[in-house]
Design a protein around this ligand. Structure first.
Ligand code: S3P
Length: 172
């Protein structure tokens, strides 16, 4: 089985993904790290020096490399399912599950505010109010992609262990 974790930035894809892979004895791939390694640049530097369109093309290209890996969990970037036919490609993988980690706008705002300098799409936002407004609009555009996932887990107010337990209950 191949598992894909999807969801907005700050939804916990990396943290939950690493732990869940460990519990399942799966290989783990953080897709942002994978792109970064392949390109020899941090995600911020790819955006800065090559631009977002280049990043989206790279994301599409490298996604093909991680679609059919058995017993592997891939935590995708927040935008990965929302460009090209990426979401459909994820859904088409045999013996796979796409898991949407769903979080509310206030939860995401709280988690992302202090970390925003690492994330090129939100690094320029100066106040929590601006960030919250940005996330609200962006999530509205992206939700139709995320909502196609085979499993949706609401993460608000839940700890990592509880989220993992809920995913395991739905998987088996
Ligand atoms: C992005 C999310 C980031 C990274 C890039 C773009 C997005 O990944 O891929 O900065 O478009 O939402 P995380 O969701 O892991 O932060």
């Amino acid at each position: 089985m191949t598992l894909f974790l999807i969801g907005y930035m700050g939804s916990g894809k990396s943290l939950i993904g690493q732990k869940l892979a460990e519990v399942l004895g799966y290989d783990y791939i953080d897709f942002d790290d994978y792109i970064s390694q392949q390109e020899g640049l941090s995600i911020s530097d790819i955006f800065k020096t090559k631009g977002e369109i280049y990043f989206r093309k790279a994301e599409y290209k490298y996604l093909q490399n991680v679609l059919n890996l058995n017993d592997t969990l891939v935590s995708l970037g927040g935008g990965t399912p929302c460009y090209g036919n990426n979401m459909q490609s994820l859904l088409d993988v045999d013996s796979s599950m796409t898991i949407y980690l769903k979080a509310s706008i206030p939860t995401l705002t709280g988690r992302l505010f202090d970390e925003r300098s690492q994330r090129p799409l939100i690094a320029h936002l100066e106040s929590k109010a601006e960030l919250s407004e940005f996330i609200g609009k962006h999530l509205f555009e992206r939700a139709p992609f995320y909502e196609q996932a085979s499993m949706t887990i609401s993460t608000n107010g839940k700890g990592v262990d509880q989220i993992i337990e809920e995913i395991l209950l739905q998987l088996y």
